[in-house]
Design a protein around this ligand. Structure first.
Ligand SMILES: Cc1cc2nc3c(=O)[nH]c(=O)nc-3n(C[C@H](O)[C@H](O)[C@H](O)COP(=O)(O)OP(=O)(O)OC[C@H]3O[C@@H](n4cnc5c(N)ncnc54)[C@H](O)[C@@H]3O)c2cc1C
Ligand code: SF4
Length: 326
């Protein structure tokens, strides 16, 4: 890895101060735990003159529980998500997913906000400057051609965070702070299918809070990820599922993917499973939804077909397992 370029580190103490600093320095980047951003900067992926740290911003580390929901400041660490008693009791799938993120030292500083806003990844992008320049760069950064899909006009780099799919099936919302104040929206609205611009945040905006409605009684939620190294690795493909059964039939089903597309995505068409009993035929139907909507490209060391197949297999298994647990 190369030496980090010089930058100024600003440490605002309130959301308003952070918003003001981002407005004054449009080229500045937000930094939370820095576990992903610093690694990218050391590869030469960006050279911001200033980093605006959210670490000291008041309220960013709070976890609140009410009768209806849990709210997390965007600076809550992934380690706390994995170990907090209330999260483990009320949102156990989120705690379990948090435990699969990176390694223990990363999790101790990595944040929920940074995880949701993780940059997309590609085998042609997450490389050092010498490697990328000798390949003529690519259109995600400094170049004008995509090595994965040379005929195309967009980047297919994959979003590979582990928390987003679980939060999507739990129907989480986020608060976004910016010059116009704080706006709220469903988490799904944070993303779009473009690996070079996968976040819908406007310049100067950042995620300040994540809210998660408490699941309805009987809702079972789980997350499964495939990775090259079991101890520490990004998901090659990850599947989250929330299933509620009523009288032996599907009452509610949500499925979300990570690692396969430029955005973490909720599958469409799952409402067609309502009223069905869970058997091999329904597992096949859910598997087909994954096959059709997952769009893995050649952005990792594994083939795109492997990632599609593993996501399909995980979705099939999850629905059978969650139904059996009901
Ligand atoms: C070896 C290694 C293994 C890893 N394995 C995994 C893994 O298995 N699963 C996984 O999900 N991740 C993994 N990661 C990536 C990273 O550690 C986690 O995703 C982490 O949660 C990122 O959070 P952070 O607070 O450190 O983000 P940062 O590094 O601070 O920021 C990440 C990005 O989000 C932006 N950002 C940060 N906070 C906000 C905010 N509040 N609003 C808007 N934008 C923001 C930053 O500008 C940056 O672009 C791995 C990283 C490494 C180095
Ligand atoms: S998908 Fe194409 S444009 Fe995007 S990072 Fe990979 S090579 Fe670059």
């Amino acid at each position: 890895m190369a030496r980090l370029q010089e930058f100024v580190l600003r440490r605002p103490e309130s959301i308003e101060e952070a918003v003001g600093q981002l407005a004054a320095e449009p080229e500045a980047r937000v930094i939370s735990g820095g576990t992903a951003l610093i690694a990218n900067l050391r590869l030469g992926l960006g050279s911001p003159a200033a980093l605006i740290s959210l670490e000291r911003v008041s309220g960013m580390d709070r976890i609140e529980v009410s009768a209806k929901e849990m709210r997390f400041g965007a600076g809550v660490t992934v380690a706390r998500l994995a170990t907090d008693d209330a999260v483990r009791a009320k949102l156990p799938a989120l705690a379990a997913a948090a435990l699969t993120v990176a390694g223990p030292s990363h999790r101790s500083v990595a944040t929920i906000g940074g995880n949701l806003c993780l940059d997309t990844r590609c085998v042609y992008y997450n490389q050092n400057e010498t490697w990328r320049s000798s390949n003529g760069y690519c259109l995600k950064y400094r170049g004008d051609i995509c090595h994965v899909a040379p005929q195309g006009k967009r980047c297919h780099a994959a979003y590979s965070g582990d928390l987003a799919p679980v939060l999507l099936v739990l129907q989480a919302g986020i608060a976004v702070a910016g010059a116009a104040g704080v706006r709220r929206m469903p988490l799904a609205g944070l993303y779009q299918e473009d690996g070079a611009h996968h976040l819908t945040l406007a310049q100067g905006e950042f995620v300040s809070e994540v809210s998660v409605p408490l699941p309805a009684a009987g809702m079972r939620v789980a997350y499964r990820k495939a990775r090259v190294r079991g101890a520490i690795d990004f998901p090659l493909a990850g599947v989250a599922m929330a299933l509620r059964m009523s009288e032996g039939r599907v009452a509610e089903l949500h499925v979300a993917l990570t690692g396969t597309n430029s955005q973490p995505m909720l599958l469409t068409g799952t409402e067609e499973c309502r009223g069905a009993s869970v058997d091999e035929a329904l597992a096949d139907k859910v598997g087909k939804l994954v096959q059709r909507q997952a769009s893995p490209q050649r952005t990792t060391v594994t083939t795109s077909n492997y990632r599609r197949q593993v996501a399909t297999a995980y979705a099939r298994r999850l629905i059978l397992e969650l139904a059996a647990a009901n």
